[in-house]
Design a protein around this ligand. Sequence first.
Ligand code: NAD
Ligand code: MG
Length: 401
Amino acid sequence: MGVMQSVTVLGSTGSIGVNTLDVLARHPERYSVYALTANRSLDTLFAQLEQFSPRYAVLADIELVQAFAERVRKAGLPTEILGGEAGLCTVAREADVTMAAIVGAAGLLPTMAAVEAGRKVLLANKEALVMAGPLFMDAVQRCGAMLLPIDSEHNAIFQCLPMQVQQGNGQLSPFLHGGVKRVLLTGSGGPFRNTASAELADVTPDQACAHPNWSMGRKISVDSATMMNKGLELIEACWLFHTEPANIDIIVHPQSVIHSMVEYIDGSVLAQLGNPDMRTPIAHALAWPERVASGVGSLDIIAQARLDFEAPDEERFPCLRLAREAAVRGGTAPAVLNAANEVAVEAFLDGRLDFTSIAKVIEQVMAVVVIVEPHSLEDVQQADRESRVCAMKFILNKTLA
Ligand code: NAD
Ligand code: MG
């Protein structure tokens, strides 16, 4: 085993961040925590600083830095406090490994900073890759970064790929170089898998966030309920594995025991199974190509007893269709889709938009905003801004068809 690696956890106070620290704490001889970052959960961050004594902590909101730095200094903690996007990018660049676990478009620049520094990047922040796919993957190649998927499905797919493709550092297409025929991307179907269309309009944020198998942040929980999460994951998989939507089948698998599958040209189908606990993909990506303990218990497959599969229902979950359309269209379409979704989900969580209108907002924004070929991150951010303004207008005016 090699030398100690320093790790930055972007979004350390969130669901993925906390799970990452749980795994890191099990292996102090392998990993040291370099930097932790948070948006609003300052008490959680403070407790993390007490436990891990990182070199830096970064607050996304620069206004909060001074008071927090004072609190940290008074407690005699050694951590230096930075702020803002510049601070996030600095700590993302400097560590050997960066866990990208900020939620949404806010994670784009810090994640790209780690990629451009040629680091090992553990990608949970799927929105960053969805928004900036071609630029993101170009940067991975150009800068020699190592990109490993944390999203459980993509991590499962990665594990089921041939070793030469895994070691091609995200540059070898499993379809061209590994005999892969298709990817079977599984999803639980979310909390409303069996809810009738007519009842979907009245579901509440708390119902949407009560996921049957996974405990996650609120934004991704709503995405799971609309199945936009599976749509974003389709786009994510196209970029990570150099393929088109036509080669990826979405399969509803309510038990979330199989995390995804890969079919080969000889008819073999490989699957990765395990308890639904994000510490497994986190530990896998951290240690790859080695293995370390994650704290996840053994899968009791006898108690599990059965595994069910069904086709997704795009009528009740139109976000799936919208995401597929954005994937096929390319250019800034996925960035537009993502931005409209973020605004609509926030409005739903705030009680300003009903559940079924989330897809309507996205559809309208995608019909209005002009799609271009992005040549720079600025082009992506421009599409993101424009789509947010457009989505907010639709929500305010309630001019939804
Ligand atoms: P979360 O809401 O629990 O945590 C988000 C983290 O990002 C927090 O630390 C928060 O402080 C930080 N953050 C939020 N807004 C920010 C901003 N504007 N600037 C800087 N930091 C900000 O979310 P999560 O469930 O941990 O998800 C994080 C990412 O991982 C998402 O992209 C999600 O899609 C992805 N992911 C999560 C899971 C899961 O099981 N939770 C699984 C797969 C992928
Ligand atoms: Mg997932």
